[in-house]
Design a protein around this ligand. Structure first.
Ligand code: PLP
Length: 407
């Protein structure tokens, strides 16, 4: 299981430690559910990108988890931000990320968003017919054109983004017209953008998208200054999933990119996914129709990936990490839905009320997609390193939820 956990995860005297801190200590100090990020794992992932693609601009796919402290940590490493809304832009700005390291996406940017992107000096990615006009009016200077390369990624349908029917980008004919229009308007068309999808397990489709982008540029007799190849590299959530390393995924793309072209890479999941571990407290344990349920104090409100994408997680009992599994247990959330199951079949020592359940690889698209369903406030988030913990998102309270109510 350690291979799914952050780099600093250890089992010491029968207990899971993260960043040199015992899981039980983290849970006691900050409460549960608790999302714990390992700083060293995030920095190591950035290093891996830097080594695989020296000279490329790496921008974090902010939607994987928008958090000012994480964005600031990434900014220290020279990483920028890929944003697609006013909110994500505000997070990036709050983290001190300069405009030249911000890429602004979106299939339906508002006027207000284009104005904010222009004001920040962000690179704006054109995505629809007529957007060049709107961008120029808003005062945007530098743009990329997002191409729909007609490539079908091997991943969940909801996170494929480059197939012919995609809502993102423009197919070559329409993209050509939009590039021409952007040039007429005096915008600097710096290059092209493609993004194939997310949780990708191989580079083939991304390479094909790169080929198609190059073919498109050829057709326009154009040498783009920038090629933005998007993000997409997956993260292992269970031991059956096999995924390429950053070097294996990025290497072939770097090799194929023409000389003199600057690359932008937009990893989200692969920067923060493995760094995150969620700690839950186990409550009720019961048998029903031959299945033993262990219920946790969170669920689909802090991690809806099982429901959205059929994600399969593994888990361990953090406070009894030295014990061997004794059976298979279904990990249920606390929400009023039978579908609120985090893990269908977790191999664990017999769980008891009060045990701590640790779920690896929950750093990306978990809390980011979270809700306050059932009136459940969202969990706290901490960053750990060298035996120190830092709260980077406060636990929401019921009062926070009531703040929006009017009667
Ligand atoms: C979501 C997204 C990313 C990040 O994708 P990951 O799979 O998290 O790496 C990058 N670029 C664009 C345009 C995206 O929509």
């Amino acid at each position: 299981m350690l291979e799914l956990l952050p780099e600093t995860a250890r089992i010491e005297t029968g207990e899971l430690t993260l960043g040199g801190l015992r899981a039980s200590e983290l849970a006691n100090r900050h409460g549960t559910p608790l999302l714990v990020y390992c700083e060293r794992t995030i920095r190591a992932q950035v290093d891996a990108y830097r080594e695989a693609a020296p000279g490329a601009l790496v921008v974090y796919g902010t939607k994987a988890f928008a958090n000012v402290a994480l964005l600031r940590l990434l900014a220290e490493e020279g990483v920028g931000a890929d944003v697609s809304t006013l909110g994500e832009l505000a997070f990036a700005r709050a983290a001190g990320i300069p405009g030249e390291r911000i890429v602004f996406h979106g299939n339906n940017k508002s006027e207000e968003e284009l104005l904010a992107a222009a004001e920040a000096g962000a690179l704006v990615v054109l995505d629809s017919p007529g957007e060049a006009d709107a961008a120029a009016t808003a005062g945007v200077r530098r743009v990329l054109m997002r191409l729909t390369p007609g490539v079908e990624a091997v991943t969940h349908r909801s996170i494929q983004t480059a197939h012919e029917e995609s809502k993102f980008g423009l197919a070559p004919d329409a993209a050509e017209l939009e590039v021409e229009r952007a040039r007429e308007l005096g915008l600097e068309v710096e290059g092209l953008h493609v993004h194939v999808g997310s949780q990708l397990g191989r580079v083939d489709e991304s390479l094909l998208a790169l080929e198609r982008a190059l073919a498109f540029a050829d057709r326009l007799h154009w040498t783009p200054r920038i090629l933005d190849l998007g993000g997409g590299l997956g993260v292992r959530h269970n031991r059956e999933e096999e995924l390429p390393s950053v070097a294996e995924f990025v290497g072939p793309l770097v090799e194929r990119a023409p000389e003199g072209v600057s690359l932008i890479l937009e990893p989200g999941r692969s920067l923060v996914g493995r760094a995150g571990v969620t700690l839950y407290r186990i409550g009720s344990v019961k048998e029903s129709g031959g299945i033993t349920y262990a219920a946790i104090d969170g669920g689909m409100s802090d991690n809806p990936r099982p429901q959205l994408y059929g994600a399969r997680y593994e888990a361990l009992l953090a406070n009894r990490a030295g014990e061997l599994p004794s059976g298979v247990y279904r990990i249920a959330g606390k929400h009023c839905e039978s579908g609120d199951v985090l893990i269908e079949a977790a191999e664990l020592p017999e769980p008891r009320r009060g045990d701590l359940l640790a779920v690896p690889a929950t750093g990306a698209y978990t809390l980011a997609l979270g809700s306050t369903y059932n009136g459940v406030p969202r969990p706290a988030v901490v960053l750990v390193a060298d035996g120190e913990t830092r709260l980077i998102r406060a636990r929401e309270t019921v009062d926070d939820l009531l703040r929006f109510e009017r009667s």
